[in-house]
Design a protein around this ligand. Structure first.
Ligand SMILES: [Zn+2]
Length: 117
């Protein structure tokens, strides 16, 4: 998700949703995960724009440490783990981009990896 452009002011929940283009449910999940918010006397939720930006930034840093996958491995969606590609076949090529396909040695699902050379 791109860093949202939010002003340093308090947004009522519906405004924040339209500003970010996300559902109120999403914001509630964020709040449960630590997004700071305020509730006024009428139980309306306000979120500070700056707090949202900072929170999204901090979560993003934690969840994507950007470690490149070792060569010869691909991510198996069924196992949710990277697996060794045995005898991968090239199924697509466009310029320097190649798409390799193999089968997961554990569950047999097709696994794909794109390689840029
Ligand atoms: Zn697998």
């Amino acid at each position: 998700m791109r860093a949202p452009y939010l002003l340093s002011l308090r947004y009522p929940l519906p405004d924040l949703c339209s500003e970010l283009g996300v559902d109120a449910t999403t914001i509630h999940v964020w709040m449960r995960n630590g997004l700071p918010y305020e509730r006024d006397a009428r139980k309306h939720i306000h979120v500070h724009g700056r707090a949202v930006s900072n929170w999204i930034e901090s979560v993003r840093c934690k969840s994507s440490p950007k470690k490149p996958m070792p060569a010869g491995q691909a991510f198996c969606l069924r196992c949710r783990q990277s697996r060794e590609m045995s005898a991968p076949t090239q199924i697509y090529q466009s310029g320097k981009l190649r798409l390799l396909q193999s089968n997961c040695p554990v569950c047999g699902t097709k696994i794909n990896r794109s390689v840029v050379e």
